[in-house]
Design a protein around this ligand. Structure first.
Ligand code: MN
Length: 593
């Protein structure tokens, strides 16, 4: 039965006592889920078991497998994290807790719960990246068995899979899971389009067969002649990627199917470049299409040579050339060679890369206002395409495609982004909004007293830059409006014969009581933002009986132009925004001066 099958699979690469710990976790989970059913009518335990199978195929370690067995126990049965910890150890309990949704708190909406749960998972991931691997396996099995759910729920889960989980799998280089998640998500979101495309694909395959064989043979013969050992594979495009290309790049199905894709897997890096030379000799390369991801790997660790050629009868041929190891890395990404953990260099580099990514997520989380905003930032950050540029010292910086010098500055350091005033790209002064191209050298010119410009938000593309700028502006706005509120109140007070510095604690206390506001600072901010009239606040602070006569001539009129503006701001939010804009530009003029 299914458990036996799993244990056999495990005994290939785990020690006997590790396998028996996995079995113990299974027995425990089986007891906990007893009587529970999946929507399909299967016993619930079939689900954790299937998740464990997926992780076993990726050759994950025994703790991940135990966590897979137990992953729904906290959420769906009465078992606590402490109980799992005592029985199976802290690391397993942390993994299980990390993948458990937040269910004990009431949420305003499904979206909130999703976002908060994701935030929690990010924290758990930063302590142990295996959390996300268990989560991805869980999601994959849920997607495989999506058919039994109600259509609305099916679509919601599929959407989330396409928006978040497939891109995360891609970010971690786990391509096999990513592709399956995408195709299952596509089928669930757009069942009709999926079916049509699949049928069209089948028909096209028949017509292509002859050409594919011809190219395939030509390459093999040449490899042989050059004494290069390697495997040639013809690559099928995946339905979701075809669909996306059609939609985003407005290409027809025929255009896409006119491209023939092959992958050459050879033994060494050296052979990769020799094979490239051989291929460029066999067919004409298309200028500008060659990419060397061996020398400069993609952000997720992907390595390969890519080139595009024009073959016999003028057909377009895409070729990827890589080593056996790179191929494994492309399929399993961070999960590849998990068994060697620290011993294996490639795995090490990839795990460091993943850790860096998670660290970036944590930074974003600190700066985001709430979990929904955070989730939006994360989605934006999962863009697959990158450009690679150089720092003046020659270090490579990877950025999402479309990135500008501002994105570059923030990716180096938040402080550099905040104080950036100009930049040189390849030695030339260049506008800060210009999109960077791979290979350029970027030098940021900064000034200590400079600060981010709100208009940058119109063109930055990286989540890091966006969240850092917004964070800065939020704080700046707060400080400035408090400051302004203070000055406006001071003027109003002076007309009542006193001033801001003479205010007593008892007066402020009275004011807070009267208005119900929590802090005096909040009231000052509200004055500064135009949500409260300073004169009215002054009136509350200084009761009519205690006012002293004032010498009229001394009042300063310079700020009075603000009054009519303030009045209309109280009733019109659009005016309030405009008022803030005027203010902030006045202030930035002052800063520049
Ligand atoms: Mn589950």
């Amino acid at each position: 039965m299914a458990l036996r099958l799993l244990l056999d699979k495990l005994s290939f690469y785990l020690e006997a006592k590790e396998v028996s710990r996995v079995e113990r976790a299974y027995r425990f989970a089986e007891k906990c889920h007893e009587g529970q059913m999946r929507q399909s009518g299967d016993a619930y335990i079939s689900h954790p078991l299937a998740v464990a199978h997926i992780l076993a195929d990726m050759r994950m370690d025994h703790e991940s497998l135990m966590a897979a067995m137990l992953h729904d126990v906290i959420e769906d049965t009465g078992v606590t994290k402490g109980q799992i910890s005592r029985r199976f150890g802290r690391p397993v309990a942390d993994l299980v807790d990390g993948v458990s949704k937040l269910t004990e708190i009431e949420f305003e909406s499904k979206a909130h719960q999703q976002a908060e749960s994701f935030q929690k998972m990010t924290l758990a991931m930063s302590r142990d990246i295996r959390v996300v691997l268990v989560k991805l396996a869980d999601r994959l099995h849920n997607m495989r068995t999506l058919g039994v759910l109600a259509p609305a729920k099916r679509r919601r889960i599929a959407r989330e899979t396409l928006d978040i989980y497939a891109p995360i799998a891609q970010r971690l280089g786990i391509n096999d899971i990513r592709l399956e998640l995408e195709d299952l998500g596509f089928a669930a979101m757009y069942p009709l389009r999926h079916r049509r495309l699949r049928e069209a694909m089948k028909a096209a395959k028949k017509n292509r067969k002859e050409v594919v064989t011809e190219i395939h043979q030509a390459i093999e013969i040449r490899l042989d002649k050059e004494d290069l050992e390697g495997t040639v594979k013809s690559r099928e495009k995946h339905l979701w990627s075809i669909y996306r290309k059609m939609r985003e790049k407005h290409r027809s199905f025929r255009d896409i199917m006119d491209v023939f894709a092959f992958r050459l897997i050879v033994n060494s890096v050296d052979d990769c470049y020799r094979t490239l030379g051989m291929i460029h000799n066999l067919f004409k390369p298309v200028p500008g299409e060659f990419k060397d991801y061996i020398a400069i790997p993609k952000a997720n660790g992907y390595q390969s040579l890519h080139t595009v050629l024009v073959g016999m009868h003028g057909v377009v041929i895409e070729v990827q050339i890589r080593t056996v190891e790179m191929e494994a890395m492309a399929s399993y990404g961070i999960a590849a060679h998990w068994e060697y953990k620290t011993g294996h260099q490639g795995a090490d580099v990839n795990q460091r890369r993943a850790a860096r990514w998670v660290q970036g997520l944590l930074d974003m989380q600190l700066q985001a206002g709430d979990s929904l905003e955070f989730l939006e930032h994360v989605k934006a950050d999962l863009f697959p395409d990158e450009v690679y540029v150089f720092t003046p010292k020659g270090n490579i910086v990877e950025l999402p495609s479309g990135a500008t010098p501002i994105d570059f500055a923030y990716s180096v350091h938040t402080g550099l982004g905040n104080s950036c005033i100009a930049c040189r790209v390849d030695g030339q002064l260049t506008p800060l909004s210009e999109q960077l191209q791979s290979g350029q050298k970027v030098e940021i010119i900064s000034a200590e007293e400079a600060q981010p410009n709100p208009s940058w938000l119109n063109f930055v593309v990286s989540a890091k830059a966006r969240s850092a700028i917004r964070h800065f502006l939020k704080h700046q706005q707060h400080d400035e409006s408090v400051d302004l509120g203070k000055r406006l109140l001071d003027q109003s007070l002076s007309r009542l014969g006193t001033n801001y510095n003479q205010l007593k604690k008892s007066q402020i206390k009275g004011l807070l009581k009267e208005t119900g506001a929590k802090t005096f600072e909040y009231i000052l901010q509200q004055i500064g933002l135009g949500n409260r009239v300073p004169f009215a606040v002054a009136n509350l602070l200084v009761p009519a009986a205690k006012r002293k006569p004032v010498k009229r001539a001394k009042t300063r009129h310079s700020r009075l132009w603000l009054m009519p503006l303030m009045v209309c701001c109280c009733s019109m939010p659009a005016a309030a925004t405009r008022y803030q804009e005027i203010l902030s530009s006045a202030i930035s003029r002052r800063v520049k001066a």
